[in-house]
Ligand binder design. Structure first.
Ligand code: FBP
Ligand code: MG
Ligand code: MG
Length: 360
């Protein structure tokens, strides 16, 4: 396409409204304001050490995690950028214990915004790709202050989800339930331009992503899957796999959206009090919606993650997403666990992770 005739995000949303006239005008304002917030965050990220927002904020969030200055600043930008437009009934964030109420001086609206303002915090200070992730739900009763229960909706209720990726180029990736589209920030125009129309995740892959330092805590189905990937051509899969781990889920998700792959942050027995590492409302549902809209699959191991009814705002969940055939295989391994006393050699001498553990 001639770059000069590419649609901007605004033009794209206007076109989408023509196709789906039921969506209220408020909806476009919501998405455009989220995108504006992401542009502001992108500027801070690009400034790096010169911008004064690197390093620790010397505070701990509701997740019990150390906050970085950029976590705190990005959270503020999300709140201030979206509290005034009259399209939201309230917001929740990974960084805040309770829902954010729209101030009485502003109008309330029909939507709820849920977000992880800065994903990949451990990569902020080392100049590696990070991002912001968001999800949009309908408010059950827009005319009153929001309650925690309003946000405890399964992912299948989402009306939109997206992320910004602050990488070598800044991108905004969006689904409003009719496919997934990627927009690249044009620094000259300050506009997100449609560059990746109707993204699709290939059904098959030879690439997986997992934090292997947790291998001794994994359940059998995950161990079996990874062992088989590592065994490559010599094992049950009969093909070699490559491994990637960026430690910014948003960047791992973006790679998978671009060329396929599977990402696993499964529930494990490292800390039995935690049902996983990633947050259902701020990370798993949004990425799940995007991946499924692109033809992939997102699961908590045994079932689609978007069918989980949340019980708490900051609930964690095991997450597996990406190329459909791989995720379905992992789900099958959860439904039909292999007997650990199996004579399959993969579970004994040839298990690379097991061999490492027994030496440790
Ligand atoms: O430190 P680990 O175990 O590699 O975990 C990395 C994971 O943690 C996360 O950074 C969590 O997100 P936050 O930075 O928003 O807390 C994911 O993006 C990423 O996949
Ligand atoms: Mg995150
Ligand atoms: Mg975060």
């Amino acid at each position: 396409m001639n770059p000069a005739t590419r649609l901007t995000l605004t033009q794209f949303l206007i076109e989408e409204r023509r196709r789906f006239p039921l969506a209220a005008g408020d909806f476009n304002s919501l998405i455009l304001n989220v995108a504006l917030v992401c542009k502001r965050i992108a500027r801070h990220v690009a400034a790096g050490e010169l911008g004064g927002l690197m390093g620790s904020a010397a505070a701990v969030n509701i997740q019990g995690e150390d906050q970085k200055k950029l976590d705190v600043a990005s959270n503020e930008l999300f709140l201030e950028g979206n509290n005034w437009g009259g399209y939201l009934a309230g917001m929740v964030s990974e960084e805040m214990e309770d829902p954010y109420q729209i101030p009485d001086s502003y109008a309330r609206g029909p939507y709820l915004l849920l977000f992880d303002p800065l994903d990949g915090s451990s990569n902020i200070d080392i100049n590696v790709s990070i991002g912001s992730i968001f999800s949009v739900l309908r408010a059950p009763e827009p005319d009153r202050p929001v309650t925690v229960d309003d946000f405890l909706q399964p992912g299948v209720n989402q009306v939109a989800a997206g992320y910004a990726l602050y990488g070598p180029a800044t991108m905004f990736v969006l689904t409003v339930g009719s496919g997934v589209h990627g927009f690249t920030l044009c620094p000259q125009l300050g506009e997100f331009m449609l560059t990746h129309h109707d993204l699709k995740v290939p059904a098959d892959t030879q690439e997986f992503a997992i934090n292997a330092s947790n291998s001794r805590f994994w359940d059998d189905p995950v161990r079996r899957y990874v062992d088989e990937c590592l065994a490559g051509k010599t094992g049950a899969r009969g093909k070699d796999f490559n491994m990637r781990w960026i430690a910014s889920m948003v960047a791992d998700a973006h790679r998978i959206l671009m060329r396929g792959g599977v990402y696993l942050y499964p529930r494990d027995n490292k800390d039995p009090a935690k049902a996983g590492r990633l947050r259902l409302l701020y990370e798993a549902n949004s990425i799940g919606f995007i991946i499924e809209q692109a033809g992939g699959r997102a699961s908590c191991g045994a079932r689609p993650v978007m069918t989980v009814k949340p019980a708490a705002l900051h609930q964690r969940v095991g997450l597996v997403f990406g190329s459909r055939n791989e995720v379905e295989l992992i789900e099958r391994y959860h439904h039909h666990p292999l007997d650990r006393r199996s004579s399959d050699p993969l579970f004994h001498e040839r298990s690379l992770f097991r061999a490492t553990e027994s030496r440790a």
